[in-house]
Design a binder for this molecule. Structure first.
Ligand code: B1M
Length: 211
């Protein structure tokens, strides 16, 4: 659908007025929010990622693109999360210490909420002890860790070790994700699950809680 491409282009240009307008228009046409997210917003952000990598876009432009994505996400969030069903489980989610990237983590939070989980998003740059504290305070069933930098991936291991050391949190399922993370890495640090994208994060969380 041409409108998806227009939306992806609006993200790429960082046009938050257009990104909101097109999203609202697609919602009005009863296009499922999940499709708008994956075919328009994530598609646009993926191009931003490639251009950033190729030095064709710089940090301020990337931030402006992220702002346009957030503006559209404000419209989609209530649609993705509306559900009258009882909670499937409580997920505490955050980006690990040293890492400020939150777009992917926010998408995972939204998709989990949309699928019926109660999500406690504790933000970015979160040290291991804060994950343990939040898991305890919220009686978490799942802890979700996001990292976008190869340099912050070791913080995931620290969080898992801290959770396993504490008698209250040692059984909590841990899922991890983020662009540089792999299944192999997840296995090597003792995570219970790895998700390459936001919708797989839902599938894996559901599967872990069924076990
Ligand atoms: Co940064 N950045 N960044 N950045 N940034 C990357 C990650 C990078 C790959 C770009 C590049 O060089 N090619 C590179 C990392 C290189 C590496 O470590 N190997 C990089 C760098 C180097 C940096 C800085 C160090 C740059 C600098 O200052 N010199 C700096 C670090 C700051 C810090 O964190 N301490 C930095 C800063 C920034 C901005 C602030 C400008 C901005 C972040 C804005 C924000 O998040 N609010 C930014 C952005 C936007 C990017 C890119 C362009 C896009 C990331 C993104 O949002 N992608 C990124 C390039 C890229 O990824 N190709 C890049 C879209 C998002 C939907 O995808 O986050 O992968 P993603 O999430 C996916 C999956 O990974 C998965 O599901 C999501 C949805 O499908 N997923 C999970 C994510 N978390 C999950 C958790 C789960 C399960 C699945 O379970 C819990």
């Amino acid at each position: 659908m041409a409108k998806y491409q227009d939306l992806a282009d609006a993200i790429l240009k960082g046009d938050n007025v257009k990104s909101k307008e097109i999203t609202q228009d697609l919602v009005g046409k009863k296009i499922p929010a999940g499709d708008i997210l994956s075919e328009g917003l994530i598609a646009g952000m993926n191009v931003v990622g490639k251009k950033f990598k190729a030095n064709e876009m710089y940090i301020p432009e990337v931030l402006i693109a992220a702002r346009a994505m957030h503006a559209a996400m404000d419209i989609l969030k209530p649609l993705l999360t509306e559900s009258g069903a009882p909670t499937k489980g409580i997920a505490v989610i955050g980006t690990v210490q040293g890492d400020l990237h939150d777009i992917g983590k926010n998408l995972v939070s939204m998709m989990l909420e949309g699928a019926g989980f109660t999500v406690v998003d504790i933000g970015v740059d979160i040290p291991a002890d804060k994950f343990v504290e939040a898991a305890k305070n919220n009686n978490a069933d799942i802890v979700g860790l996001s990292a976008l930098l190869t340099t912050t991936m070791p913080s995931m291991k620290e969080v898992i070790e801290a959770l396993r050391k504490d008698s209250v949190t040692k059984e909590i399922k841990v899922i991890i994700g983020g662009a540089p993370v792999t299944q192999e890495y997840a296995d090597s640090i003792g995570a219970d699950g790895y998700a390459p994208d936001a919708s797989s994060a839902v599938d894996i969380s559901e599967e872990l809680l069924r076990k």
